[in-house]
Design a protein around this ligand. Structure first.
Ligand code: NAD
Length: 370
């Protein structure tokens, strides 16, 4: 592992819409932690998405992908906007993000769902069901039915049209994401729930078999299995029963969005996408808020920066291996919310809400005060 005094190489890709606004504020928090940890950040910043299309004609350049491959982590804002909506799929702003995920082989998508007590009333569920919720959904991101071949639409001999996709997983693809789940659970409450459809799908039974085998290497972590449909129900019925949920690409896509709604606001949801650990034990990683570029509020200083600030918190935890620093940042955010500081998206009815900068000021003030 790199010595703590070596600069941490962070590639920053603000993107479009509110991306530059929330990233700009998050960089103030990055700067604070550089001083706190006594470890400088070597930051390079570049274009991605629509901004990159306008300048270079592609949503991400080869040079940026190269820099991402050699960086310790990537901090990504958001991409997209009406201006580029008519581009062909491979030249849409989102294609830049997809290429980064693919080229960095980021196979584990981490989506925490944390419900801050002060915001429990914003959840789609009753406050007592979600208050204090802290779960982590890990979605396999680079294989499964979204990538499986063959896929297509055909016309049968009788003239009937038929569409098909292929759900396929290799043992390596299952093992590496399940193993990431166990490793991460060791830094949490040591419980992994592996989610599949082992009752009706070959890939489900296979997933369960491999998860069980991997579990034997982690006797200190409790492993349970759950069918995906039951998991959807349990997330609504008693979400606090989970710690780490690990599942395939399709189920993870749906279950992580359902879990997101337990917490109330898009502006608060961070994410991480992790790749394989290198010889130094450090994984390739990209950190980004779950939300998009929010063109409806871009350029007005209204965006909630907390999802991006908390994404950087995940970088402190998973890439910088500074869990105390990550805890400190999450505690600062919690205190800010407890004090009633709100951007417009989480403001109480009739309240104006503070600006993107003022919200960040409040987080920095809490960090200074702690
Ligand atoms: P969105 O997440 O950008 O916005 C949905 C709603 O949530 C909007 O009303 C927006 O104002 C609000 N919102 C989102 N983030 C917020 C924040 N930080 N603070 C306050 N309010 C916030 O989703 P959308 O409107 O469906 O998509 C807008 C653009 O973003 C599209 O071009 C879409 O393709 C793109 N997009 C990009 C990503 C990404 O970069 N990873 C993800 C989703 C959507």
């Amino acid at each position: 592992m790199a010595a703590a005094s070596e600069p941490f190489r962070l590639l920053v890709l603000p993107g479009d819409g509110i991306g530059p606004e929330v990233i700009g504020q998050t960089l103030r928090v990055v700067d604070w932690f550089g001083r706190f940890l006594g470890r400088p950040f070597a930051i390079s910043q570049d274009l991605v998405g629509g901004a990159c299309l306008d300048t270079h004609g592609v949503p991400v350049t080869d040079a940026v992908v190269e820099t991402a491959l050699s960086a310790d982590a990537v901090l990504f804002g958001a991409v997209g906007g009406e201006k580029w909506d008519s581009q062909p799929i491979h030249l849409r702003p989102e294609a830049g993000l997809l290429r980064l995920r693919k080229d960095l082989d980021l196979f584990a998508n981490l989506r925490p769902a944390i419900c801050y007590p002060e915001l429990a009333s914003a959840s789609a569920l009753r406050p007592e069901l979600v208050e204090g919720l802290d779960i982590l959904i890990i979605r396999e991101l680079t294989a499964g039915v979204y990538f499986g071949e063959p896929r297509g639409v055909e016309t049968l001999a009788n003239g009937v049209r038929r569409a098909f996709d292929t759900q396929a997983y290799t043992s390596e693809e299952v093992e590496r994401v399940v193993r990431a789940g166990f490793d991460i659970a060791r830094g949490r409450n040591r419980r992994v729930c592996s989610v599949d459809k082992a009752n009706v799908m070959q890939t489900g039974a296979f997933w369960r078999e491999i998860a069980t085998a991997v579990g034997r290497d982690y006797p200190d972590v409790e492993l349970t299995h759950m069918y995906a449909d039951n998991c959807a129900m349990q997330l609504m019925r008693r979400p606090k029963q989970f710690d780490v949920v690990v599942t395939d690409n399709l189920f993870g896509d749906i279950l992580s969005d359902a879990a997101a709604m337990l917490t109330g606001s898009l502006g608060l949801l961070p994410s991480a996408s992790l790749g394989a650990a290198g010889p130094d034990g450090v994984r390739k990683a990209l950190y980004e808020p779950v939300h998009g570029s929010a063109p409806d509020i871009a350029g007005r200083g209204l965006a909630n920066p907390l999802a991006t600030i908390l994404s950087f918190g995940m970088c402190l935890r998973h890439s910088m291996r500074a869990p105390e620093a990550a805890d400190r940042l999450e505690a600062a955010v919690r205190r800010v919310l407890a004090r009633g500081v709100r951007t417009a998206d989480i403001a109480r009815p009739g309240e104006a809400g503070v600006s993107t900068t003022q919200m960040t000021d409040a987080v920095l003030a809490e960090l200074d005060a702690m």
